[in-house]
Design a protein around this ligand. Structure first.
Ligand SMILES: Nc1nc2c(c(=O)[nH]1)N[C@H]1C(S)=C(S)[C@@H](COP(=O)(O)OP(=O)(O)OC[C@H]3O[C@@H](n4cnc5c(=O)[nH]c(N)nc54)[C@H](O)[C@@H]3O)O[C@H]1N2
Ligand SMILES: Nc1nc2c(c(=O)[nH]1)N[C@H]1C(S)=C(S)[C@@H](COP(=O)(O)OP(=O)(O)OC[C@H]3O[C@@H](n4cnc5c(=O)[nH]c(N)nc54)[C@H](O)[C@@H]3O)O[C@H]1N2
Ligand code: SF4
Ligand SMILES: [Mo]
Length: 769
């Protein structure tokens, strides 16, 4: 067994535990504290001059796209003060830090020692300054030249019996240009094993929307949000995860939209917003966001939406022709009669019980919505990470279709995407199940036959590595070990590999639980200037609303030993194919315009890419649903019929959702606080309903272990502090990634294969230590 097999896949028994301070949860987001916290994070990571330079270009027309979330920037005017939020500033602080880690850092700390640190301290070690290599049976990473790193990777890839033994992962920060080349390299190499973070994220949205509306993306623009009569926000915490969405919601409220929040928690940002860009906000004033708050049980959304649909049918019977859009339903949709029959057969009391919202409250909301025709439904991980996610999202589409609320201004679907270019990576073809047209276009342009056989997604990849069928792992960004489910199982899977490679900016746990050999390839972040052959390049990204924009960093890279992701793919391809290639790899990284020229040839919607991406606000990709056409199998928008179901939770069990604190970006921990939820200096907490605490003979701040049984295996996450919180009974919440150990690998969503990170059945017991 090699040395690296002892390293810790997660912090099982935290050493420092705990300096927690608990206060009342906030009832508003942003405001003055947000401005102060932004400044604090920036100044802790760099000097004021670099900090000012970094923030000054964030989300501006000629600057760089925020490395945080995928929320869009306004098309027209951008704020003269700051077109970013607190968490955008934190993302920049994290990336643009002047702390660097060189070979002396790795010489000083063994991989095992580093793996004992918590994620916060691993990340805070700094930016990786040069390529590093962990030899077989090695205890410490050693420096390696770029050339030797590429040679080693190429040797391993070329020695595999089949290209399908290699696994390529992508996290959603990768630019369009790098993503396009990366998929081209992987397909020329011969596999479709392209797992990506989307598999754990909005995959269910894409599946549901493709089936029902014929396009796997949302339909709305920012303007639509301003014009909507009603916005329903389900399973999303914008105050933390898409903070500038609050500015759009504020605008919607000023235009009299009603906003309905559907969430098991009373999230601060869904209640009130202190706009730091308004005079009133700077004086501490706030505006109300949600007009109605439905504190639904975890996974109760489908039942709730079916109940609303049933009330709409009742109201339509009382007000014929006024509640439903019959013209739209008749002309544009398919399957309405079956849907109607199904909904009318449902028992309202049973639906109300299932979702945990009193019938009177559901009826009141349905009533307020009944004459509204411009409705937008927004959602995120609270809908996508359950077993029945695809069906739940289709239920949201049913509501939209009943109202004809799509293909017109102020109405439509809004899956709010996570990583800043996760949508673009998919558009560029990073997909384990490529469509025929895409492969045909690749073949036409490059004159090789790309593989047709579907590849592995994230969960398939873990299983393949666990079985020894996946032998080389290559991650373009991300933190595969910590982001994926069933941490111990995934650690075993990665350790089975001959080689694990990560293209990364910062150190993370995936560098510490490795295959027999491991390589870290350090790369530029969004804020870094990218010069190739003396000419500054730019990249482009696609935001959550399908706008493609250019992004050009303005900071001098802190180390001369970094390569861009584009250059890394080109050099790797050169080494792997050693001349036997149809692609002129070494031309691309010298001039990114050439990559965009080829993207334009392969992917529809990118006509005149180089010209249009240079326009101030970029350009919109075509979107059929936005135009009111639905290229589905029936050529209509499809209603769907689903039985509302929820996981069976026994008396002694709780249904756990694993969520983000206000101080993290996925597995990157910015800090130990969750300001809006009143938590300071601790992440190992479990938010529980008071009655559930009492029933178990527990009290506030008791230390508990969380555990469950699945496939005859006990999974345990130790030492969590009990926090009484406003959450429906039998539901609880913890932070990801600390509790990913409890998400069983086999617990995945139907159709999308997404781990069910928001529906984890657990029990709690007092911690014995
Ligand atoms: N600052 C910051 N920004 C981020 C990220 C980050 O980690 N930090 N991550 C980025 C990424 S990749 C993504 S995908 C997005 C994630 O953005 P979100 O989806 O907002 O993130 P989560 O914290 O997972 O929150 C899910 C929300 O859904 C609620 N919820 C959980 N289960 C249910 C349910 O069954 N029904 C309903 N109705 N609600 C439920 C939770 O209470 C919580 O409010 O954010 C992106 N932006
Ligand atoms: N239990 C549970 N698990 C979840 C979720 C959940 O809600 N609950 N959410 C899921 C979701 S929605 C997602 S999207 C995934 C996220 O999964 P990932 O995308 O794999 O994880 P991140 O934490 O975003 O990746 C962070 C790492 O990316 C690297 N990085 C940052 N910027 C760059 C860059 O510009 N280039 C390169 N090459 N590397 C960079 C850094 O080294 C950093 O350590 O996690 C999923 N896992
Ligand atoms: S809303 Fe998202 S993209 Fe915009 S500044 Fe904040 S983190 Fe960055
Ligand atoms: Mo995500």
């Amino acid at each position: 067994m090699s040395e690296n097999n002892h390293n810790h896949p997660n912090e099982e028994n935290p050493e420092k535990f705990s300096d927690i301070k608990v206060s009342k949860a906030e009832t508003y987001a942003a405001g003055i504290p947000a401005v102060l916290v932004s400044a604090q994070h920036i100044l802790e990571s760099m000097d004021a001059v670099r900090g000012f330079k970094a923030l000054n270009q964030l989300n501006t027309f000629h600057g760089y796209d925020c490395p945080g979330c995928a929320w869009p920037d306004p098309d027209d005017e951008r704020s003269p003060v700051a077109e970013y939020c607190e968490n955008g500033a934190k993302a920049v602080a994290e990336e643009a830090t002047t702390d660097l880690i060189w070979e002396d850092f790795f010489a000083l700390h063994s991989v095992e020692q580093l793996s004992q640190l918590d994620d916060y301290h691993i990340g805070k070690s700094g930016r990786i300054a040069r390529p590093m290599y962990l030899p077989e049976n090695g205890t410490h990473y050693e420096p390696i030249s770029w050339k030797n790193a590429f040679v080693k990777i190429a040797e391993k890839l070329n020695a595999l019996e089949s290209p399908d033994e290699a696994i390529f992962y992508t996290s959603g920060r990768t630019s369009n240009e790098a993503a396009f080349l990366y998929q081209l390299f992987i397909r020329e190499y011969g596999t479709n094993n392209m797992a990506d973070c989307n598999n754990m994220c909005h995959k269910g949205s894409a599946v549901a929307l493709e089936d029902t509306l014929g396009i796997g993306k949302g339909s709305v623009t920012l303007e639509d949000l301003y014009e909507a009569e009603a916005i329903i926000i389900m399973g999303q915490n914008p105050g933390t995860n898409h903070p500038r969405m609050l500015s759009a919601l504020k605008k919607a409220r000023e235009n009299d939209a009603m906003i309905i929040a559907v969430n098991p928690l009373k999230e601060a940002g869904l209640q009130n917003f202190g706009d730091p860009q308004s005079f009133k906000g700077m004086l501490g004033g706030t505006v109300e966001i949600a007009t109605d708050y439905l504190q639904v049980k975890i996974n109760g959304d489908m039942a709730l939406m079916q109940a609303i649909a049933k009330f709409w049918f009742q109201f339509e019977a009382e007000n014929p022709g006024q509640v439903l859009d019959h013209k739209f339903i008749t002309e544009e949709t398919h399957g309405f009669e079956e849907f109607k029959t199904h909904i009318l057969a449902q028992d309202l009391e049973a639906l109300s019980k299932q979702c945990g919202i009193p019938l009177s409250q559901i009826k009141a909301v349905a009533d307020k919505l009944k004459f509204k025709n411009k409705i937008i439904i927004c959602w995120a991980m609270g809908l996508t990470q359950h077993k029945n996610s695809v069906k739940t999202i289709k239920e949201a589409v049913n509501l939209i279709l009943m109202k004809g609320s799509i293909g017109k201004p102020g109405a439509g679907t809004c899956p709010v995407r996570g990583h800043s270019n996760v949508q673009g990576d998919r558009t560029m073809g990073l997909y384990e199940k490529p469509e025929d047209w895409f492969l045909e276009n690749l073949e036409k342009v490059y004159n090789f036959v790309p593989p047709k056989k579907y590849g592995y997604d994230v969960v398939d990849s873990i299983n393949a590595m666990h079985k020894g069928e996946g032998k080389v792992f290559f991650g373009m960004g991300g933190n595969f070990l910590s982001a994926t489910p069933d941490t111990k199982y995934t650690a075993e899977a990665l350790r089975n590999c001959q080689l694990t490679v990560h293209v990364s900016t910062k150190l993370n746990r995936s560098h510490l639980v490795t295959g027999k050999e491991a390589i870290i390839l350090p790369t530029y972040g969004r804020s870094d200037q990218d010069f190739q052959e003396g000419i500054q390049q730019f990249v482009s990204t696609e935001n959550s609303m399908g706008v493609v924009q250019r992004s050009q960093g303005n900071l001098s890279p802190m180390s001369k030993h970094l390569l861009s992701e584009v250059a890394i793919v080109c050099h790797l391809a050169k080494e792997v194919f050693a001349g036997k290639t149809k692609v002129n790899w070494m031309s691309y990284h010298k001039n990114y315009d050439l990559i965009r020229e080829d993207i334009e040839k392969v992917i529809p919607g990118f006509e005149n890419y180089n010209e249009r991406v240079r326009q101030d606000a970029g350009f919109y990709l075509p979107n059929t649903a936005r135009k009111g056409t639905f290229p589905t199998d029936t050529s209509k928008a499809n209603f769907s019929v689903s039985i509302a179901d929820v996981p069976e939770v026994k008396e002694n069990e709780l249904l756990m959702m694993t969520i983000r604190s206000h101080d993290q970006f996925n597995t990157t921990i910015y800090g130990m606080n969750d300001r809006y939820r009143g938590i300071k200096d601790e992440r190992r907490v479990i938010f529980m309903n008071e009655n559930d605490i009492e029933k178990r003979g527990l009290k506030k701040l008791d230390v508990v272990d969380l555990y469950n049984f699945h496939d005859d295996k006990e999974r345990v996450a130790r030492k969590f502090l009990v926090i009484p919180y406003s959450i429906p009974e039998q539901c609880c919440a913890t932070y990801f990634p600390e509790t990913n150990v409890l998400v069983p690998i086999k617990s995945v969503a139907d159709e999308s294969n997404t781990p069910t990170s928001k529906s984890v059945i657990i029990e709690v017991r007092k911690s014995s230590e």
